[in-house]
Design a protein around this ligand. Structure first.
Ligand code: SF4
Ligand code: SF4
Length: 132
């Protein structure tokens, strides 16, 4: 059983805090404002992406796969055109691909709501459409 002195202190604290507003944020109605340099969901600008494959090479988590989307002719050669597909469920938001994409096609957004029922819904293929 709790000693009488401690019980009195606990009751005093309880009555004091009962009159104060809640300290928890009412998520999702009250959204947390993240820091300016917060690293959230990765995004790609399909128009800026040239398909250079650098992001695939530097990603330490194997998030990025270059997918063939067509062919183009350069001089007398026919070369395969590729664009990145991103399995964002394994992305650790390290920012390496963003730093190394010299075309500025990648950004880490402030979106932190990545919980899904089906992880396949976190596969981002938007760059594939523009590359065709
Ligand atoms: S996102 Fe950037 S680094 Fe990745 S393939 Fe496109 S241009 Fe290259
Ligand atoms: S942020 Fe890091 S883990 Fe995520 S895709 Fe880019 S390099 Fe890979």
């Amino acid at each position: 059983m709790m000693p009488r002195k401690k019980l009195g202190g606990a009751l005093g604290e309880m009555f004091k805090t009962a009159l104060e507003p809640p300290v928890t944020e009412q998520y999702p109605f009250g959204r947390k404002v993240v820091a300016e340099r917060f690293r959230g969901r990765l995004d790609v600008d399909p128009v800026k992406c040239t398909g250079c494959s650098v992001c695939e090479v530097v990603c330490p988590a194997g998030v990025i796969t270059m997918v063939p989307v067509g062919k183009k002719t350069i001089g007398s050669r026919e070369v395969e055109v590729k664009r990145p597909s991103f399995d964002l469920y394994t992305c650790i938001s390290c920012g390496q691909c963003v730093d190394d994409c010299r075309f500025g096609a990648l950004t880490l957004t402030h979106d932190f709501e990545l919980a899904v029922f089906d992880k396949k819904s976190l596969i981002m293929k938007k760059a594939l459409q523009v590359g065709k």
